[in-house]
Structures are given as C-alpha cells and as structure tokens.
Design a protein around this ligand. Structure first.
Ligand SMILES: [Fe+2]
Length: 166
C-alpha cells in the first residue's frame, strides 16, 4: 500500500495574485520560483528544498477555519509585524497562544483572505511582552462545542519529532 510521505506543496487560491504574492515573498521570506507554463495566473514559491507554496488567482471563497501552518524562524518579529499590518485574525480559533508543547501559535489572513497559522518551535525564546499583549491568551482555544470525538493526549505536539528542552 502506498503511504503519503510528506507535503509537497500547498495551493492557496487568491483574488489578487500580485498583492498576495508580495505578502509571502516580503513578509514570510519565501523565494519565487518559476512555475510551469500554465494558462492561468500562478506563482510558485520555495519553502524549503522539498516544499512549495503555490498561489493561483480564481473566484473561490477562502475557508473560514481551514488553514495551513508555517513554522517561522522568528515568531517575535512576525507577531509585531502582523499586528502592525492588522493581519491577525482571532475570530476562527481565538487569540495568539502558547500550546501545551510550548509552541507559539497565531493566525493571520493573507491579503486574499486565506487563513494562515504561524508557529514557533516549542523551545523558541518568546519576547515576554507578547504574553502581556491584548492579542495573547493563555490556554487552549475553547469552542464550547463539548464534542470530544478524535484522539487527544497531554503529550500532543506540533513538533512530534522534537520535544521542548527542559
Ligand atoms: Fe492548525
């Protein structure tokens, strides 16, 4: 049986290719790559050696809660930059948080309205001022749905191959 081995690329649908492309290039530091010679508006970006982000302009409606998560190398600077841009969206999943594994988590909208989560390694050094910010909240997001289907653990992590250093 085949097994999915890694995420190759994510395609986000955008309503403004240039503006949204600039966001991923300038704010998230992704490098523009050439795309195949498609007959529709498209941008390919390099995330790392194996993974790409694709943007394509179409008349679709972005998801309210569905998202992709990028691990970033500096959660502190991106928090203040996204706050300055007014890009942080607390409506779908609540405020900026520190997850039980120690990873920081925040949600932003790109200029086309796609929801993007940004996260840090569990042992990343966090600027203490962020914990005092109005956009930060302790504890897990609570939906009040009280529906506990699924698998849960105290030891869950966004970085299951790498634990927080004690
Ligand atoms: Fe997520």
């Amino acid at each position: 049986m085949a097994k999915a081995v890694k995420i190759n690329h994510i395609t986000l649908i955008v309503d403004n290719l240039e503006k949204t492309g600039e966001f991923y290039e300038k704010e998230l530091g992704l490098e523009l790559l050439p795309a195949f010679k498609f007959d529709y508006p498209v941008l390919f970006f390099k995330i790392n050696e194996d993974q790409q982000l694709h943007l394509s302009e179409w008349d679709d409606t972005p998801s309210f809660r569905g998202h992709v998560c990028f691990q970033v190398d500096d959660i502190n600077s991106i928090f203040y930059r996204m706050k300055q841009l007014g890009a942080i969206d607390t409506k779908p999943w609540g405020k900026v948080r520190r997850l039980p594994d120690g990873a920081m988590q925040m949600f932003v909208r790109d200029p086309s309205g796609n929801l993007v989560e940004l996260s840090s390694y569990p042992d990343a050094e966090i600027n203490p001022a962020i914990f005092e910010d109005d956009l930060f909240m302790e504890g897990l997001y609570e939906s009040k749905r009280n529906d506990y289907r699924g698998l849960r653990s105290e030891n869950a992590s966004l970085y299951h191959g790498r634990k927080k250093e004690e």
